[in-house]
Design a protein. Structure first.
Length: 371
């Protein structure tokens, strides 16, 4: 038995072959976020034989995850296992020949560089733009391809970011993947300069999500990662790919001119605001109140529409609003002792009562308020 035997069907593909397989085995992928997208990405890459996988996620497995998060089962829910731990254990059973590093942690500007050490590709399994911009900063500064993905309701988007060498901190990329300036793409901030206002975007927890819609986006992301890691840069999908599996629509938006046309703070001006922590949201534990305050990085340009956020949240508890704030209690989110309460102000600031853990509060904010 050779170590390549299990990959026989993949090696048969002429664009992969034995050489491509050996490249995969020698490569390292970082998957940030291990929810719906992240579990599919990690599953696909472990089976494909990516030699080292690093997974980072701050959350635990919940019953409502099982509808779409393919690496988890009911025993993970019963035992309240962290997602990264459960995924790591499952992936090692799927492929014991690869190395899996699973970290239960909040991926942020303080630890991003450490977790990305040695990574050849950064894979987005995230639910918020702040952390996506952090990955994007890291990709551009260090020369690591970044595969963006996002899915909600019945559709989603995906795009490969091959950073331009202009802003790279060192002459050679940190990734083992090689590409030319001509092959480079705009970065995520060339396409989406700012995060959508808090509460303006649908999230899987407010608008719902169809399992196969997520699978489709994650499959697109995983395919691009395999192309990158096998040296098939010329085969990449270079568009902003979007699909709605319910409406039967697929789009490939040509974004190739977005870098030259814009004034991107990241890949044109070289300001890595998210990596520097300058643009991070702040969380403060409110001493003695069993609550955490979340202050978004930049105040919202216009006040949040508290009425529409209250409507979106109505499936999850009782929420009321006046001109100054939205307040309510979740019926389906448990805190340290009893249900979690949310107070949200028009500038995006929130107080989440029922926990003293900043990571837990950020998870709840990303899920139910969004961004
Ligand atoms: Zn850019």
């Amino acid at each position: 038995m050779s170590e390549l035997d299990r990959y026989h069907r993949q090696i048969l593909l002429p664009r992969i072959g034995e050489e491509g397989q050996r490249r995969l085995l020698a490569s390292h992928a970082l998957v940030v976020g291990c929810g719906a997208l992240g579990t599919v990405l990690a599953d696909a890459l472990a089976r494909a034989g990516v030699g080292t996988l690093t997974i980072v996620d701050r959350d635990t497995v919940e019953l409502t995850n099982l509808q779409r998060q393919v690496l988890f089962d009911e025993s993970d829910v019963r035992e309240t296992i962290p997602k990264a731990t459960a995924a790591g254990a499952k992936l090692r059973r799927i492929n014991s020949a690869i190395t899996v590093h699973a970290h239960v942690d909040d991926f942020n500007h303080r630890n991003a560089e450490r977790y990305a050490q040695g990574a050849d590709v950064l894979l987005d399994g995230l639910d918020n733009f702040e952390t996506r911009y952090l990955l994007n900063d890291l990709a551009v500064r260090d020369g690591i391809p970044y595969v963006y993905g996002g899915a909600v309701a019945t559709g989603g988007m995906s795009m490969v970011i091959l950073p331009h060498p202009d802003r790279r901190a060192s002459p050679e990329p940190r990734s083992r993947v090689r590409w030319t300036a001509e092959q480079s793409t705009p970065c995520l901030r060339c396409i989406f300069p700012d995060a959508p206002p808090a509460g303006s975007m649908a999230t899987c927890d407010t608008a719902g999500v169809l399992g196969p819609a997520v699978l489709t986006i994650a499959a697109h992301q995983a395919t691009q990662a395999i192309k990158l890691l096998t040296g098939n840069v010329d085969a990449l999908d270079r568009s902003l790919y979007s699909i709605d599996v319910w409406e039967n629509t697929t789009r490939r938006l040509d974004v190739s001119g977005a870098r030259d046309a814009g004034t991107c703070p990241c890949c044109v001006s070289g300001r890595f605001e998210f990596l520097a922590g300058e643009a991070s949201s702040a969380t403060t534990s409110l001493c003695g109140r069993n609550a955490v305050q979340i202050t978004p990085a930049s105040g919202e340009a216009s006040p949040l529409d508290l009425a529409s956020i209250a409507t979106k949240l109505s499936a999850h508890g009782t929420f009321t609003h006046n001109g100054y704030l939205l307040h309510g209690r979740f019926s389906d989110v448990q805190g340290d002792s009893g249900p979690v309460e949310l107070t949200l102000f028009p500038d995006g600031r929130a107080i989440i009562k029922g926990t003293t853990e900043p990571e837990r509060a950020r998870t709840i904010y990303a899920k139910y308020v969004g961004s």
